[in-house]
Design a protein around this ligand. Structure first.
Ligand code: HEM
Ligand code: HEM
Length: 175
């Protein structure tokens, strides 16, 4: 690997966190979406899995923000406006990956279903059952889910553009 190529790599901890969070989100998103179509006998299992894996995303993202802020600055993969767009999409993804688990967690508590993580560890919540505000958290959760999906689509388009059209090494920065 050339010196230039090595310098343009994300540090190993950021690569690991990127793929761990990506894998979780690609499982948690459809799990959340399909809950409504599941049979009653398995609905609670779907909720538990969705919420427990989603909650893990929150802690990994807090770790990731810390790792990102302390990592050496990486040069933009593209100059000018493209670089600005890429940074904006990355920033939006970071934000949504914190908003999603927090709004879901507050929604389920407000609806009166406190989270027991994988059915093993009861998680303390700053709010208890609060039916009057529960729909607000649910709405934030649902809207953010679609904005997350759209941002992820932009993210993938960006990666494909770099890889297939510009034919640069952007993809290899995170592998
Ligand atoms: C990265 C994290 C998460 C993602 C991407 C995610 C995604 C989703 C999606 C796509 C839906 C369906 C939305 C719709 O109705 O159209 C959903 C619903 C739901 N999610 Fe999550 N979720 C995450 C984390 C969590 C967490 C941590 C909890 C709770 C501890 C949670 C609780 C819920 C609940 C209760 C619903 C049912 C609808 C509602 O009442 O809001 N989610 N989620
Ligand atoms: C599944 C296929 C995926 C591929 C091929 C992919 C590829 C990449 C690549 C190449 C980069 C580096 C971009 C650059 O250096 O400018 C990157 C960064 C990033 N990706 Fe992905 N990604 C994927 C999934 C996801 C998912 C599911 C999410 C979150 C929902 C995500 C969130 C991010 C974020 C936030 C960054 C910025 C990292 C940082 O600056 O710390 N990626 N991704």
């Amino acid at each position: 690997m050339s010196e230039e190529r090595r310098e343009a790599q994300y540090p190993a901890r950021l690569k690991a966190l990127h793929w761990l969070v990506a894998g979780l989100v690609l499982a948690v998103w459809p799990l959340g979406y399909f809950i409504r179509f599941t049979r009653d006998e398995v609905k609670l299992d779907f909720y538990l899995l969705h919420e427990s894996l989603g909650f893990l995303v929150l802690w990994l993202m807090l770790l990731r923000v810390g790792a990102r802020l302390t990592a050496p600055a990486l040069p933009d993969a593209a100059p000018g406006l493209e670089g600005v767009v890429a940074r904006a999409v990355h920033g939006l993804l970071y934000l949504l990956l914190v908003v999603m688990p927090v709004s879901g967690f507050l929604a389920t508590n407000a609806h009166g279903f406190p989270l027991s993580w994988f059915g093993l560890i009861p998680v303390w919540s700053p709010i208890g059952k609060a039916p009057e505000i529960a729909p607000i958290f649910s709405a934030i959760h649902a809207w953010s889910a679609w904005i997350l999906l759209a941002s992820f689509a932009l993210h993938l388009l960006g990666v494909l553009y770099h890889h297939l059209i510009r034919r640069d090494s952007t993809l290899f920065r995170i592998l």
